[in-house]
Design a protein around this ligand. Sequence first.
Ligand code: SAH
Length: 354
Amino acid sequence: MAKTDIGSLSLAELESYIQSIGESRFRAKQIYEWLCRGVDFDGMSNLSKALREKLAETCYSGIPEIERKLVSAVDGTVKYLFRFPDGECVESVVMYYKHGTTICISSQVGCRMGCRFCASTIGGKVRDLAPSEMLGQIVRAQRDIGERIDGIVMMGIGEPLDNYKNTVKFLKLVTSPDGLNIGARHISVSTSGVVEKIRELEKEDFQITLSISLHASNDERRSALMPVNRKWGIDELLSAVKHYFDATGRRVSIEYTLIAGQNDSEADAKELCALLRRYFSRSDALHVNLIPVNPVRESGFSQGDRRSIEHFQKILTDAGLTATIRRTLGPDINASCGQLRRGQTAKSAAQENP
Ligand code: SAH
């Protein structure tokens, strides 16, 4: 019998469930509080042993085990390899900023988008993560570091909008005052450009920040780097993004990974300015985030020198766009954008390579 994924329930839904298995309603609140603190069923010390055992047998919390933890000696960034009970692993990264602590979480085990510069997609997609497993990364990390996490970026492994239903449920749960109560304005959802889901997300009217992984200023180049562009080209993507901005009033973030010799020339910068201007006349609609490409063994791509990166930025700012260069965090532990991998336990590696 499949377990009931109670970590993916709202408090109200958990109350109905708990009553349906013959327990008193107030138990739901106790269980919910434990889950929010990253404590699994066996540690729920205000429940009877019998109830704890019953829950462990029949329910799923989504809280992962820490399989491995690395702390950057450079900036304190923490990278976790989390393992779920089925043996599948994902990575999450905790970053300390002046304005608070942010976690980068994964939305899928692996990824099927195939972006050529990204390590997360190398083995393809294995499975989606449940809302409980997205929350589980946060509560487990929070319990481990012993302090509250203030912000979330969905920029780890996976394409959040390719796991749309679970992503939306997760966003509702994590922002709920009953739950972790993290402000939507402190949450970013990054997408490689799943246009049909951007249109749906707009209707949810979340106050989150939408990040678009653009990475190229024309279709030919973008299709070569990102297969998703063959399904939805730049025009469809930016039209949907403009619509999203007009409907929500939320400034959109444009991610542009700078890869030496691929998309980082002066001509590329000018083409990017012209492209963005065609869709966005208001300069407060966008924030361009330039990410010097992080090395991934299999891709062979490299960064240009600092001067060429700054020159690229200057062309954008001279054209009236807001553009910043993303700081690299956790460089010594491969914790940067595009470097996260599914990771393996001895067990799953053995299953893959019999
Ligand atoms: N699937 C989502 C979220 C994951 S990646 C998306 O594509 O947006 C978060 C950001 O890191 C994306 O902008 C992604 O394109 C970028 N990225 C991927 N690999 C990278 C690399 N090697 N160096 C720098 N940025 C990278």
